[in-house]
Design a protein around this ligand. Structure first.
Ligand SMILES: [Zn+2]
Ligand SMILES: [Zn+2]
Length: 265
């Protein structure tokens, strides 16, 4: 079992220390765990969405120390990742932060449409400003733009726009096909993120249709729980693995020092 997407209390909206996550991974028989706390955001963004800038070096040092300790004691392999938002115009800020630290893996996420954190449950009323088709079209445009920055190894929860079950009226398959083609062209992997099962959409991110398009386009896949508490480490691994197999994948990739390595399912 592997889990390449977990958060800790440092991000301001999760609970548990990194050490507690490693202990949870060991007891859940997770063999590889990647910490992917939220990269700090530009000034002006809501503090609870990501760790503050002052925490970033502390986070890096803490995870690297845990990785060494866990390797020394035969525990799970611990990787240092980060989840970095795509915010238009802020690419150089993100690039600077990524260049400063030797991350194993960088997740790219679209959580904002303009200034709206569309996955924040307290901002749900803003869905009324959009038709589902326009919102999905815009989200997928932003997702493609994010993948094309070259900043990221993996596109996280790639159909997050479905979180509150706000679904398009037209068939979204062309959007999936186009996104998969962009992922392939830009050399990013796609994440199977089981957190969707715990949200109103009640479905893994991405859907089977989207994941199939990724497999057909030759896009490698990763898997993660997006745990926000230690108890969620490895959550719904069997469902995630089944989805990957149903889409035709026989392996996933794990990033070490930003190089992908295949692991059979
Ligand atoms: Zn996210
Ligand atoms: Zn996350």
């Amino acid at each position: 079992m592997i889990d390449l997407h977990v958060h800790t209390a440092r991000c301001g909206h999760a609970v548990g220390s990194a050490a507690e996550y490693v202990a949870a991974a060991a007891s859940a028989k997770v063999s590889v765990i990647a910490f992917t706390d939220h990269l700090p955001l530009p000034p002006g963004y809501t503090p609870g969405y990501a760790m503050p800038w002052v925490q970033l070096p502390l986070y890096v040092n803490e995870v690297r120390a845990l990785a060494d300790a866990s390797a020394g004691s035969g525990g799970p392999e611990v990787l240092l990742g980060v989840e970095a938002d795509w915010i238009p115009g802020q690419e150089s800020l993100v690039r600077g932060a990524l260049d400063e630290h030797e991350f194993d893996m960088v997740l790219g996420s679209v959580h904002f449409i303009d200034d709206w954190a569309f996955d924040d449950p307290t901002l749900r009323e803003r869905y009324s400003e959009w038709t589902p088709d326009l919102l999905w079209g815009r989200y997928f445009e932003d997702l493609a733009a994010a993948a094309a920055t070259g900043l990221y190894d993996v596109m996280a929860h790639p159909d997050l726009v479905k979180k509150f079950d706000y679904r398009p009226l037209v068939d979204p398959k062309p959007l999936f096909r186009e996104a998969a083609a962009v992922f392939h062209e830009c050399g990013v992997a796609v994440e199977v993120n089981t957190a969707g099962l715990r949200k109103p959409c009640a479905e893994i991110y991405p859907s089977l249709d989207f994941l199939k398009e990724c497999r057909i386009a030759g896009v490698p896949a990763t898997i993660g729980s997006d745990a926000h508490c230690p108890e969620e480490v490895g959550a719904s691994w069997p469902a995630g693995r089944d989805l990957l197999l149903a889409a035709g994948y026989s392996s996933v990739v794990v990033f070490r020092r930003r190089e992908p390595q295949e692991i059979p399912l």
